[in-house]
Design a protein around this ligand. Structure first.
Ligand SMILES: Nc1ncnc2c1ncn2[C@@H]1O[C@H](COP(=O)(O)OP(=O)(O)O)[C@@H](O)[C@H]1O
Ligand SMILES: [Mg+2]
Length: 283
């Protein structure tokens, strides 16, 4: 069942087409990765999907109910924006109290959700500290807690691991897997390949406002990854052999005593990306 349906979305800023006739269906319960270099149009897409930005044309349907411009529909969404949306002069707990009340929570219900959200992102022991004293990773985790305060059915995380230390990054990975286990749909944008490889059920590769490919990771690699490469190290340096059957290539040469080592490079998401866009990811 579709949780989020984007159909023929367009958005321009002046002469620049940030999102160019983009259609995309996110299924209920999946972790969906939207991958692309800076400027690809990921954030603009997220903003239209969550009702923060009105598309020039095209439609957004959430949870088969309607547009996120409708507050009742929007209540199903949580969003952790790329630009942190936190009050630095308030404590972590005060931020959650505030954003929870904006979502219509109050009293005991609010207190329970604040508690659970702080625990979820492992900030319970820092709840009374001002956000301005938090590390980058702690702020990102609080930003995620804010997105989850009202227990949304779908959460959109825009570059949740930028500027984050490895510990917080792993904690955020665990958070995403736990959300998935609870049936929450997760849309995740990143420009880090290895994150998408670890976390996502399906990945869309986007550039210049368009989706270039969309599939499961094995599907993308099959279609766009190209061949494996066997790398032989011999007396004249490295030799690279492109092949669909790396083991055969190695077995063929098993008695060649001048080969010092074999290495096999399998196609990965990075290769898919390079093959599709012809360029390296940029920060
Ligand atoms: N408010 C805006 N005004 C003008 N240009 C914008 C605005 N927001 C985004 N853009 C431009 O639109 C393009 C897509 O941006 P964005 O959606 O932020 O990409 P991403 O999130 O993939 O890095 C970029 O070229 C960016 O500079
Ligand atoms: Mg962005």
């Amino acid at each position: 069942m579709a949780m989020l349906e984007l159909t023929n979305l367009c958005k321009s800023f002046g002469d620049l087409r940030a999102v160019d006739d983009l259609s995309l269906t996110i299924e209920t319960g999946e972790v969906f990765g939207l991958l692309g270099p800076n400027g690809a149009g990921k954030t603009t897409t997220i903003h239209m999907a969550t009702g923060l930005l009105v598309p020039d044309s095209g439609t957004v349907v959430l949870n088969m109910q309607g547009s996120p411009a409708d507050p009742e529909v929007r209540a199903n969404i949580g969003v952790a924006p790329q630009a942190l949306s936190l009050y630095e002069e308030l404590t972590g707990q005060e931020n959650l109290d505030f954003f929870g009340s904006l979502q219509g929570l109050s009293g005991k219900g609010l207190a329970q959700r604040v508690e659970a959200s702080l625990e979820f992102v492992s900030l319970a022991d820092r709840r009374k500290d001002l956000v301005k004293s938090y590390s980058g990773g702690m702020k990102r985790r609080l930003n995620i807690a804010v997105a989850l305060i009202h227990e949304p059915r779908i959460v959109l995380l825009d570059e949740p691991t930028v500027g984050v230390d490895p510990q917080s990054r792993n904690a955020i990975f665990d958070n995403i897997l736990e959300l998935k286990a609870h049936g929450v749909t997760v849309v995740y944008t990143t420009h880090y390949m290895e994150e998408a490889e670890k976390l996502c059920d399906r990945v869309a590769i986007m550039d210049n406002g368009k989706i270039l490919a969309l599939d499961s990771l094995p599907g993308l690699i099959n279609a766009h990854g190209g061949q494996s490469v066997v790398i032989l190290e011999g007396p004249d340096g490295e030799k690279r052999i492109e092949t669909d059957h790396p083991l055969d290539e190695i077995v063929k040469r098993k008695d060649q005593s001048d080969i010092a080592s074999f290495r096999v490079e399998r196609p990965d998401l990075e290769r898919v990306f390079l093959n599709l866009t012809g360029r390296q990811l940029r920060d």
